[in-house]
Design a protein around this ligand. Structure first.
Ligand SMILES: [Zn+2]
Length: 633
């Protein structure tokens, strides 16, 4: 846990209290000791209502005294005042306050300038994590001294100089430090920043200048608009994207993202090497190298994505994660990014979640007809539990989303609990939890069950408590979908038992377990037929005499295929096995039977394992035998 965060948190708060106290103090000082003598020589006390310092020197002090109600001052006692100057709080001299308006305005102006800049710096330093408590304290002390100088020094010029030195000095030093840590576009008090601020002001009063420079930056490069998060809010907006518009590497960042999306990548990795920033993309589960960037550009790109995700850009070692969004011609694409420090600098990985790819059907996922129809029957049962198992990246959640799509969402109340929500779906309630922040699937599931759901999708079952509540929910009239991290369906069943759930609870609640993998689909345009070696066919458990041809990607020298870009594969297809829990298997689970017994019983019911299902795809030429054997061991 971040102990440092706990130690640091109270300080800015403390500084704010200090600031408030100082404000009060200064306001009091202004109210009680604003005086006129600094302004064009001695100033006689005048009625506040008059308020005209210029007229004051010639005024008769007695006139002012007369104006005081209640006759506190004995006119005889009144000395012929040499300088024509009184302190309003002199002993027994209740002459009252008197003001020199321009001076008051100056003091108030200086005061509010200090308050505003200190508040800004406090917030800015906290969000950038540039020694917030140090700078807040320094700016506070500087401001107090500066205000002191303006109020107390006898000469106005000296006062102003003192203010500029005490209050302006630390602020300048802070700006220098924070500017050194942010990309160009985030710098303040630069020519660019000032002209931008000026233009915003002019725009407000309706006389803005045409933003020539900004426009070209925006329209340059691919048609992508980034949308980022602010450090506080959770909504995406283009506001933080505007911050990075003119940063180094902005166009390169757009091109990188555009290219990755066009290549149907699911992940992009930026990895610093000694000389350059290497780029690798994952397409259909396989990694491919891409054109590297030079180090400064690469680091600029990493910085841009960190700003968009409201990450701490000064932290380059500790792992961080975040997200941003990009709009590509109206297509919304979400990015989840994670950073980590390496020997050569900070690496970053981006996971691309294309919302338009999200909602799929079981048919589109490649499930064969017989299997799909049976599974659709099972998931539309009124209650029970359907689990999806496989290693990370096997497409478990995609299958569950597709299953949800096969459910009548108008007739049934569907709630999902996800960490995090990967794809948005219409017509269902998606709840995002943060397990890193201590929220649990179990706790959230408990409260969700009180909201009268018919179908609950639970991101993952990985502990006993969650497993038990899920089983209870399935037994009390709900349909529960979830995933279990296990190699295949039978292992997933035993994973639940290993978690400590009573076998009778599992047997009562479970409907089916889907085991799955994703294999790459051969490119239809360039795949090549070949006669497989008999040993290979035998190894795959197929009848040698019945196999005419297998397919494989073209050899490298056959030239790049325009459809798949020479990869030989295009998209992926799921390989599924479905373990349906019938009464006989229920009994076996309750009796704590061995895995082999359950497997034998399932085969009796016609279940094919993943490898056998995959071979059907190989025989049909959907994928290659090499790909299948690589993925399904
Ligand atoms: Zn091809």
């Amino acid at each position: 846990m971040t102990d440092a965060a706990f130690v640091r948190r109270p300080l800015p708060g403390f500084c704010r209290t200090l600031l408030f106290a100082a404000s009060l103090l200064a306001a009091l000082a202004v109210a009680t000791s604003a005086r006129g003598q600094d302004f064009g020589g001695p100033v006689a006390p005048s009625n506040p209502a008059v308020g005209d310092a210029a007229a004051a020197p010639g005024a008769d002090p007695a006139a002012a005294a007369d104006a005081v109600p209640g006759g506190v001052i004995d006119p005889n006692q009144l000395p012929p005042h040499p300088g024509g100057f009184w302190r309003g709080n002199g002993p027994g001299q209740q002459v009252g306050f008197y003001f020199a308006l321009p001076l008051l305005a100056l003091v108030l102006g200086a005061f509010f300038l200090w308050v505003a800049t200190t508040a800004w710096a406090d917030q800015d330093a906290t969000s950038l994590k540039v020694r917030p408590e140090f700078w807040s304290t320094l700016l506070m002390l500087g401001g107090i001294l500066g205000m002191g100088a303006i109020i107390c020094l006898p000469n106005l010029l000296m006062g102003v100089v003192g203010y500029l030195v005490f209050a302006g000095g630390p602020l300048t030093a802070y700006i220098v430090e924070r500017n050194a840590r942010v990309p160009d576009s985030g710098k303040v008090m630069t020519k660019r920043h000032l002209s931008k601020v000026l233009n915003q002001w002019l725009n407000k009063v309706g006389m803005g200048l045409p933003t020539g420079g900004g426009k070209t930056e925006q329209t340059f490069g691919p048609p992508i608009t980034f949308m980022g998060k602010s450090s506080t809010g959770n909504k995406y907006s283009t506001a933080s994207a505007r911050k990075v518009e003119s940063s180094k590497g902005y166009v390169a960042a757009k091109e990188l993202i555009y290219d990755a999306i066009l290549r149907r990548s699911t992940d992009v990795h930026l990895e610093p090497q000694e000389e350059e920033m290497s780029v690798r993309v994952r397409v259909d589960g396989a990694m491919y190298p891409a054109e590297p960037f030079d180090r400064p550009t690469g680091e600029g790109i990493v910085n841009i994505f960190k700003v968009l995700s409201a990450m701490d850009i000064t932290e380059k070692r500790r792992p961080q994660d975040g997200s941003f969004r990009a709009d590509l011609d109206g297509r919304m694409i979400d990015f989840r990014i994670a950073t980590a420090g390496t020997r050569h600098g900070e690496k970053m990985s981006l996971r691309i979640l294309d919302q338009s790819n999200a909602v799929s059907s079981l048919q589109r996922l490649g499930m064969r007809k017989g299997l799909r129809e049976r599974l659709e029957e099972l998931i539309n049962e009124p209650h029970g539990m359907v689990l999806c198992s496989g290693p990370t990246g096997a497409g478990k959640s995609t299958t569950l989303y597709a299953s949800l799509n096969a459910i009548d969402k108008l007739q049934r109340n569907v709630i999902t609990i996800e960490d995090p929500v990967e794809y948005q779906m219409d017509g269902i309630n998606q709840i995002e939890i943060n397990t890193k922040a201590g929220q649990t699937f179990a706790g959230t599931l408990r409260s969700v069950l009180r909201q009268d759901p018919d179908v609950v999708l639970l991101g993952e079952i990985r502990d006993k408590e969650t497993a038990e509540i899920a089983c209870q929910a399935a037994n009390t009239g709900h349909m529960v979908f979830s995933t279990v991290h296990a190699n295949d369906s039978i292992t997933a069943l035993f994973r639940l038992i290993e978690l400590g759930v009573e076998p009778f609870m599992i047997s009562n609640s479970l409907t089916a377990i889907v085991g799955q993998r994703l294999v790459r689909r051969l490119c239809e345009q360039c795949k090549q037929a070949y006669q497989p070696k008999p040993e290979l066919v035998k190894k795959a458990g197929l009848p040698v005499d019945k196999i005419e041809a297998f397919y494989r990607p073209p050899r490298a020298e056959s030239g790049a295929c325009p459809k798949c870009g020479g990869l030989g594969y295009m998209g992926r297809v799921g390989v599924y096995e479905v373990l349906e829990i019938n009464d006989r298997i229920r009994d076996l689970i309750r009796d704590k039977a061995a895995a082999s017994q359950i497997r034998a019983e399932a085969r009796k019911n016609g279940m094919l394992n993943m490898r056998e299902e995959g071979l059907r795809l190989v025989v049909r030429g959907v994928t290659s035998i090499e790909e299948l054997l690589k993925v399904v061991k």
